[in-house]
Design a protein around this ligand. Structure first.
Ligand SMILES: [Zn+2]
Length: 308
Protein backbone atom coordinates (compact mmCIF):
# COMPACT_ATOMS: atom_id res chain seq x y z
CA UNK A 1 0.00 0.00 0.00
CA UNK A 2 0.99 3.63 -0.48
CA UNK A 3 -0.04 6.86 1.26
CA UNK A 4 -0.40 10.09 -0.67
CA UNK A 5 -0.93 13.37 1.20
CA UNK A 6 -2.23 16.47 -0.55
CA UNK A 7 -1.75 19.58 1.56
CA UNK A 8 -3.69 22.70 0.68
CA UNK A 9 -4.15 26.06 2.36
CA UNK A 10 -7.43 24.98 3.95
CA UNK A 11 -7.43 21.17 4.17
CA UNK A 12 -4.89 18.37 4.13
CA UNK A 13 -5.94 14.92 2.95
CA UNK A 14 -4.32 11.50 3.12
CA UNK A 15 -5.32 8.83 0.62
CA UNK A 16 -4.50 5.14 1.03
CA UNK A 17 -3.84 3.43 -2.32
CA UNK A 18 -3.34 -0.22 -3.12
CA UNK A 19 -0.46 -1.21 -5.40
CA UNK A 20 -2.76 -0.89 -8.44
CA UNK A 21 -3.35 2.81 -7.72
CA UNK A 22 -6.91 2.28 -6.47
CA UNK A 23 -7.95 4.72 -3.76
CA UNK A 24 -9.09 2.59 -0.79
CA UNK A 25 -9.92 5.33 1.69
CA UNK A 26 -9.07 8.89 2.58
CA UNK A 27 -9.12 11.21 5.57
CA UNK A 28 -9.24 14.95 5.49
CA UNK A 29 -8.49 17.48 8.26
CA UNK A 30 -8.01 21.23 8.55
CA UNK A 31 -4.51 22.57 7.72
CA UNK A 32 -2.95 24.52 10.61
CA UNK A 33 -1.51 27.55 8.82
CA UNK A 34 -0.05 29.76 11.57
CA UNK A 35 1.73 27.31 13.90
CA UNK A 36 4.45 25.13 12.39
CA UNK A 37 4.54 22.55 15.19
CA UNK A 38 0.75 22.10 14.88
CA UNK A 39 1.20 21.75 11.11
CA UNK A 40 3.74 18.95 11.61
CA UNK A 41 1.54 17.28 14.24
CA UNK A 42 -1.40 17.28 11.82
CA UNK A 43 0.63 15.48 9.11
CA UNK A 44 1.94 12.93 11.63
CA UNK A 45 -1.61 12.38 12.93
CA UNK A 46 -2.86 11.51 9.42
CA UNK A 47 -0.02 9.04 8.87
CA UNK A 48 -0.49 7.40 12.28
CA UNK A 49 -4.23 7.03 11.63
CA UNK A 50 -3.48 5.40 8.28
CA UNK A 51 -0.95 3.05 9.90
CA UNK A 52 -3.62 1.99 12.39
CA UNK A 53 -6.17 1.43 9.62
CA UNK A 54 -3.81 -0.61 7.46
CA UNK A 55 -2.02 -2.36 10.36
CA UNK A 56 1.34 -1.45 8.84
CA UNK A 57 3.69 1.30 7.72
CA UNK A 58 3.35 2.26 4.06
CA UNK A 59 5.39 4.62 1.92
CA UNK A 60 4.52 8.32 2.27
CA UNK A 61 4.50 11.00 -0.42
CA UNK A 62 3.48 14.60 0.18
CA UNK A 63 2.39 17.36 -2.18
CA UNK A 64 2.85 20.88 -0.82
CA UNK A 65 1.57 24.18 -2.21
CA UNK A 66 4.95 25.91 -2.35
CA UNK A 67 8.24 26.20 -4.15
CA UNK A 68 11.00 24.17 -2.51
CA UNK A 69 14.23 26.13 -2.97
CA UNK A 70 17.70 24.77 -3.67
CA UNK A 71 18.34 24.42 0.11
CA UNK A 72 15.10 22.41 0.54
CA UNK A 73 13.29 25.26 2.29
CA UNK A 74 9.65 25.96 1.47
CA UNK A 75 9.03 29.39 -0.06
CA UNK A 76 6.06 31.26 -1.57
CA UNK A 77 3.47 29.13 0.22
CA UNK A 78 0.00 30.32 1.19
CA UNK A 79 0.53 28.23 4.36
CA UNK A 80 2.49 30.94 6.15
CA UNK A 81 3.99 28.77 8.90
CA UNK A 82 5.93 26.51 6.48
CA UNK A 83 7.77 29.30 4.66
CA UNK A 84 11.48 29.13 5.44
CA UNK A 85 11.16 25.63 6.95
CA UNK A 86 12.70 22.37 5.79
CA UNK A 87 9.36 20.54 5.89
CA UNK A 88 10.80 17.49 4.18
CA UNK A 89 13.51 16.87 6.82
CA UNK A 90 11.21 17.69 9.74
CA UNK A 91 8.48 15.25 8.67
CA UNK A 92 10.98 12.55 7.71
CA UNK A 93 12.67 12.82 11.13
CA UNK A 94 9.38 12.65 13.01
CA UNK A 95 8.04 9.72 11.01
CA UNK A 96 11.39 7.92 10.94
CA UNK A 97 10.74 6.69 7.42
CA UNK A 98 11.54 7.85 3.90
CA UNK A 99 9.15 10.53 2.63
CA UNK A 100 8.81 11.70 -0.97
CA UNK A 101 8.03 15.37 -1.62
CA UNK A 102 6.77 17.39 -4.54
CA UNK A 103 4.79 20.56 -5.06
CA UNK A 104 1.11 20.37 -6.00
CA UNK A 105 1.86 20.85 -9.69
CA UNK A 106 4.33 17.95 -9.67
CA UNK A 107 1.98 15.52 -7.93
CA UNK A 108 -0.75 16.32 -10.46
CA UNK A 109 1.68 15.85 -13.35
CA UNK A 110 3.05 12.53 -12.12
CA UNK A 111 -0.40 10.99 -11.61
CA UNK A 112 -1.75 12.10 -14.96
CA UNK A 113 1.36 11.27 -17.00
CA UNK A 114 2.06 7.86 -15.49
CA UNK A 115 -1.45 6.47 -14.99
CA UNK A 116 -3.87 9.14 -16.19
CA UNK A 117 -4.81 11.08 -19.30
CA UNK A 118 -1.20 11.25 -20.52
CA UNK A 119 -0.49 7.55 -20.14
CA UNK A 120 0.99 5.98 -23.31
CA UNK A 121 2.61 9.29 -24.33
CA UNK A 122 6.30 9.89 -23.81
CA UNK A 123 6.25 13.67 -23.33
CA UNK A 124 3.32 14.94 -21.25
CA UNK A 125 2.85 18.56 -20.26
CA UNK A 126 0.44 18.95 -17.35
CA UNK A 127 -1.03 22.40 -17.09
CA UNK A 128 -3.00 23.72 -14.13
CA UNK A 129 -5.30 26.66 -14.82
CA UNK A 130 -7.12 27.66 -11.66
CA UNK A 131 -6.40 30.27 -9.01
CA UNK A 132 -2.91 30.39 -10.49
CA UNK A 133 -1.39 28.82 -13.57
CA UNK A 134 1.53 26.43 -13.78
CA UNK A 135 2.85 23.54 -15.83
CA UNK A 136 5.07 20.51 -15.27
CA UNK A 137 6.67 18.34 -17.90
CA UNK A 138 7.06 14.58 -17.54
CA UNK A 139 9.30 12.69 -19.96
CA UNK A 140 8.87 8.90 -20.05
CA UNK A 141 6.90 9.14 -16.80
CA UNK A 142 9.64 11.06 -14.98
CA UNK A 143 9.44 14.65 -13.78
CA UNK A 144 11.55 17.16 -15.67
CA UNK A 145 13.31 19.09 -12.91
CA UNK A 146 15.35 22.25 -13.14
CA UNK A 147 18.02 24.05 -11.13
CA UNK A 148 15.71 26.68 -9.63
CA UNK A 149 12.58 24.55 -9.97
CA UNK A 150 10.96 27.29 -12.00
CA UNK A 151 10.73 25.48 -15.36
CA UNK A 152 7.10 25.55 -16.44
CA UNK A 153 6.12 28.69 -14.51
CA UNK A 154 4.45 30.07 -17.64
CA UNK A 155 2.11 32.29 -15.64
CA UNK A 156 5.03 34.67 -15.17
CA UNK A 157 5.90 35.07 -18.81
CA UNK A 158 4.78 38.50 -20.02
CA UNK A 159 1.53 39.10 -21.87
CA UNK A 160 2.36 39.78 -25.52
CA UNK A 161 2.20 43.34 -26.83
CA UNK A 162 0.02 41.99 -29.67
CA UNK A 163 -2.69 40.91 -27.21
CA UNK A 164 -2.32 43.92 -24.99
CA UNK A 165 -3.06 46.13 -28.00
CA UNK A 166 -5.68 43.88 -29.59
CA UNK A 167 -7.89 43.99 -26.48
CA UNK A 168 -6.75 47.30 -24.95
CA UNK A 169 -5.56 45.53 -21.81
CA UNK A 170 -3.87 47.43 -18.97
CA UNK A 171 -0.74 45.86 -17.44
CA UNK A 172 -1.92 44.10 -14.28
CA UNK A 173 0.24 43.52 -11.23
CA UNK A 174 0.95 39.83 -10.67
CA UNK A 175 1.19 38.01 -7.33
CA UNK A 176 4.93 37.50 -8.02
CA UNK A 177 5.46 41.27 -7.92
CA UNK A 178 6.00 41.76 -11.65
CA UNK A 179 3.85 43.78 -13.99
CA UNK A 180 2.11 42.26 -17.02
CA UNK A 181 2.56 38.51 -16.36
CA UNK A 182 -0.08 36.37 -18.12
CA UNK A 183 -1.34 34.78 -14.88
CA UNK A 184 -3.69 37.61 -13.89
CA UNK A 185 -5.34 37.34 -17.36
CA UNK A 186 -5.54 33.57 -17.98
CA UNK A 187 -6.25 32.25 -14.45
CA UNK A 188 -9.85 31.65 -13.33
CA UNK A 189 -9.84 35.09 -11.70
CA UNK A 190 -8.39 36.46 -14.93
CA UNK A 191 -11.46 35.31 -16.86
CA UNK A 192 -13.68 37.08 -14.32
CA UNK A 193 -11.52 40.21 -14.50
CA UNK A 194 -11.69 40.26 -18.32
CA UNK A 195 -15.50 40.38 -18.13
CA UNK A 196 -15.39 43.46 -15.89
CA UNK A 197 -12.73 45.01 -18.13
CA UNK A 198 -15.13 44.65 -21.06
CA UNK A 199 -17.87 46.42 -19.11
CA UNK A 200 -19.59 43.51 -17.34
CA UNK A 201 -20.50 43.03 -13.68
CA UNK A 202 -18.35 41.22 -11.16
CA UNK A 203 -19.59 37.64 -11.66
CA UNK A 204 -18.08 34.20 -11.16
CA UNK A 205 -16.35 32.37 -14.01
CA UNK A 206 -19.07 29.72 -13.78
CA UNK A 207 -21.85 32.30 -14.25
CA UNK A 208 -19.93 33.85 -17.12
CA UNK A 209 -19.67 30.48 -18.88
CA UNK A 210 -23.41 29.89 -18.42
CA UNK A 211 -24.13 33.31 -19.94
CA UNK A 212 -21.73 32.57 -22.80
CA UNK A 213 -23.56 29.29 -23.52
CA UNK A 214 -26.84 31.23 -23.67
CA UNK A 215 -25.31 33.54 -26.28
CA UNK A 216 -24.91 36.64 -24.09
CA UNK A 217 -22.94 39.03 -26.32
CA UNK A 218 -20.54 40.37 -23.69
CA UNK A 219 -19.88 36.93 -22.21
CA UNK A 220 -19.16 35.51 -25.69
CA UNK A 221 -16.82 38.42 -26.47
CA UNK A 222 -15.02 37.98 -23.13
CA UNK A 223 -14.69 34.23 -23.54
CA UNK A 224 -13.31 34.58 -27.07
CA UNK A 225 -10.71 37.06 -25.82
CA UNK A 226 -9.84 34.71 -22.96
CA UNK A 227 -9.43 31.75 -25.34
CA UNK A 228 -7.19 33.83 -27.59
CA UNK A 229 -4.90 34.76 -24.67
CA UNK A 230 -4.85 31.17 -23.43
CA UNK A 231 -4.20 29.77 -26.93
CA UNK A 232 -1.23 32.09 -27.36
CA UNK A 233 0.19 31.12 -23.96
CA UNK A 234 -0.19 27.39 -24.61
CA UNK A 235 1.27 27.75 -28.12
CA UNK A 236 4.35 29.29 -26.49
CA UNK A 237 4.62 26.19 -24.29
CA UNK A 238 4.43 24.02 -27.43
CA UNK A 239 7.34 26.00 -28.86
CA UNK A 240 9.34 25.48 -25.63
CA UNK A 241 8.53 21.80 -24.97
CA UNK A 242 6.83 20.31 -28.07
CA UNK A 243 4.84 17.83 -25.93
CA UNK A 244 2.79 14.89 -27.27
CA UNK A 245 -0.16 15.80 -25.09
CA UNK A 246 -1.25 18.63 -22.80
CA UNK A 247 -3.34 17.54 -19.80
CA UNK A 248 -5.35 20.43 -18.39
CA UNK A 249 -6.31 20.55 -14.71
CA UNK A 250 -7.64 23.24 -12.38
CA UNK A 251 -11.06 24.91 -12.41
CA UNK A 252 -10.86 26.08 -16.04
CA UNK A 253 -10.41 22.45 -17.18
CA UNK A 254 -14.12 21.88 -16.49
CA UNK A 255 -15.11 24.19 -19.38
CA UNK A 256 -15.64 21.78 -22.28
CA UNK A 257 -15.38 24.54 -24.91
CA UNK A 258 -11.65 24.94 -24.32
CA UNK A 259 -10.97 21.47 -25.79
CA UNK A 260 -13.11 22.32 -28.84
CA UNK A 261 -11.60 25.68 -29.72
CA UNK A 262 -8.03 25.79 -28.39
CA UNK A 263 -6.39 23.55 -31.04
CA UNK A 264 -7.44 25.75 -33.98
CA UNK A 265 -6.63 28.94 -32.11
CA UNK A 266 -3.20 27.65 -31.09
CA UNK A 267 -2.40 26.80 -34.72
CA UNK A 268 -2.54 30.52 -35.49
CA UNK A 269 0.50 31.04 -33.25
CA UNK A 270 2.59 28.14 -34.51
CA UNK A 271 4.48 27.44 -37.71
CA UNK A 272 2.58 25.88 -40.59
CA UNK A 273 2.65 22.08 -40.44
CA UNK A 274 3.34 21.85 -36.70
CA UNK A 275 1.60 18.79 -35.26
CA UNK A 276 -0.39 20.03 -32.30
CA UNK A 277 -0.37 18.06 -29.05
CA UNK A 278 -3.67 16.56 -27.96
CA UNK A 279 -5.35 18.76 -25.38
CA UNK A 280 -7.26 16.68 -22.85
CA UNK A 281 -8.82 16.90 -19.39
CA UNK A 282 -7.70 14.90 -16.38
CA UNK A 283 -8.47 11.27 -15.66
CA UNK A 284 -8.27 11.56 -11.87
CA UNK A 285 -10.00 14.89 -11.45
CA UNK A 286 -10.72 14.42 -7.75
CA UNK A 287 -7.63 12.69 -6.53
CA UNK A 288 -4.78 13.20 -9.00
CA UNK A 289 -2.80 15.17 -6.39
CA UNK A 290 -3.26 12.38 -3.81
CA UNK A 291 -2.25 9.68 -6.28
CA UNK A 292 0.74 11.67 -7.55
CA UNK A 293 1.95 12.17 -3.98
CA UNK A 294 1.61 8.41 -3.33
CA UNK A 295 3.64 7.66 -6.49
CA UNK A 296 6.38 10.15 -5.50
CA UNK A 297 6.49 8.56 -2.03
CA UNK A 298 6.79 5.03 -3.40
CA UNK A 299 9.53 6.12 -5.84
CA UNK A 300 11.50 7.86 -3.07
CA UNK A 301 11.28 4.75 -0.92
CA UNK A 302 12.40 2.53 -3.82
CA UNK A 303 15.40 4.79 -4.42
CA UNK A 304 16.46 4.57 -0.77
CA UNK A 305 16.10 0.76 -0.86
CA UNK A 306 18.31 0.64 -3.97
CA UNK A 307 20.96 2.85 -2.35
CA UNK A 308 20.93 0.66 0.77
ZN1 LIG B 1 4.08 36.89 -12.23
Amino acid sequence: MQYGIDIGGTKMELGIFDNNQNLLSSQRIRTPTDDYSKFLQAVIFLVEQADQNTLGESTVGIGLPCVIDSNNFAVSSNIQCINGKNVHADIRDKLKRCVGFGNDSETFAVAESVYGAGKDHSKVLSVIIGTGVNSTLCVQGKLFTSRNKIAGEWGHVLLSALHQQRYGLPLLECGCGSLGCVEPYVSGKGLEWLYTHMGGDNISAQTLVTKMRHGDHLAVKTFNCYLDLLAHSLAQLVIYYDPDVIVVGGGISNISEIYMYLPDLMSDYLFKGVLLPKIVGTKFSNHSALLGAAIIGAEASELVTQLD
